[in-house]
Design a binder for this molecule. Structure first.
Ligand code: DON
Length: 315
């Protein structure tokens, strides 16, 4: 009962807090660098910012460009990981580590030192192993992931941006190198090209902040999506996935992110970041300008302001 009253009180403060955040991050919008490793992402107008907060009961607060679609990129790794974890359970960790990398998300160096076993499922090498697991187990792997995303967002129209996908394939030499390298260690079972199609495909899905916040609700609710009652992971697996988001979700700035924001969160080079507060809410922000580690600059600041102003984090 006390919790309920506290949640209702918190909700009443959110509209004003979002308004303040929107104003405070405005000077940062021009400061980041839009991802330009493929032309399609470099074209996005940098002067955009959206934010959505969704409580477990579905109550929603939003501001700015919260309904504008963007490329979710690495945030998609959360969904493919959910499916692979549900499938293989603890056996998953035979092929992947669970330690922060402290290196850029597309680094090759660590992989050689560690014999083709990626440090964690969120660096590109780890997500490619996950894509291999999905490819190995499902007849139509990319659509299996896409269908899952459609289910947890309740958005049947969710789709892949084919221009982004084509560009990812054209410029994906580093990811191809990671995949071939792991295959040489026997840590990729299917054909590299097939696995990369799945990996690039899920990275090229577009969502808006509302979709993302909706999708992340199962992670805020011990693996059960509160809006359809379906269990996607058990409580222990959800704890583990959230722990990985906290320690590895923003790559080599995960420490800084935990320090400043204090939430498990996952970023993508499209400028999105989604996070959760267990038992309470999910939150998604988007702003395309990135910091030097590839995380949204204004988005990270917005999350920091949110936890500071509300006084809630996981700590
Ligand atoms: O594979 C890549 O490099 C991109 N498709 C995704 C990287 C990404 O989003 C890293 N996140 N901040």
């Amino acid at each position: 009962m006390d919790d309920l009253i506290a949640t209702e009180k918190l909700k009443a403060t959110i509209p004003e807090i979002l308004e303040e955040i929107q104003k405070e991050i405005a000077p940062l919008l021009s400061m980041g660098q839009v991802a330009n490793y493929i032309p399609e992402l470099g074209d996005v107008d940098q002067n955009q910012f959206g934010m959505v907060v969704r409580f477990l009961d579905g109550t929603t607060f939003e501001t700015g460009n919260s309904q504008t679609n963007f490329s979710i990129q690495s945030i998609s790794k959360v969904f493919s990981l959910t499916q692979a974890f549900a499938l293989l359970k603890e056996n998953l960790w035979n092929r992947l580590g669970k330690e922060p990398s402290g290196n850029p998300f597309n680094s090759l160096i660590q992989l050689e030192n560690e014999n083709g076993k990626p440090r964690n499922p969120f660096i590109n090498a780890g997500a490619i192993v996950i894509a291999d697991i999905i490819t190995h187990h499902f007849e139509d792997p990319l659509n299996t992931i896409l269908d899952f995303m459609r289910e947890v967002t309740f958005n049947k129209k969710l789709t892949i941006n084919m221009n982004v996908l084509q560009s990812e394939k054209n410029y994906g030499h580093r990811n191809a190198a990671l995949a071939h390298f792991m295959k040489s260690y026997g840590n990729i079972y299917s054909e590299v090209e097939e696995v990369l199609d799945v990996y690039f495909g899920h990275c090229s899905v577009e969502m808006n902040c509302f979709d993302l916040a909706t999708a992340f609700l199962y992670l805020a609710n011990h693996g059960v999506h509160p809006l359809n009652g379906k269990t996607y992971l058990n409580a222990s697996q959800t704890k583990r996935l959230n722990a990985l988001m906290l320690t590895c979700g923003t790559y080599d700035s995960a420490g800084e992110f935990a320090f400043k924001v204090g939430l498990p969160g996952k970023s993508g080079v499209g400028g999105g970041i989604a996070g959760i507060i267990p038992g309470l809410l999910s939150i998604a922000v988007w702003s395309p300008g990135l910091d030097k580690c590839g995380n949204s600059l204004a988005g990270t600041k917005a999350l920091e302001l949110f936890t500071t102003k509300t006084g809630i984090s996981i700590f």
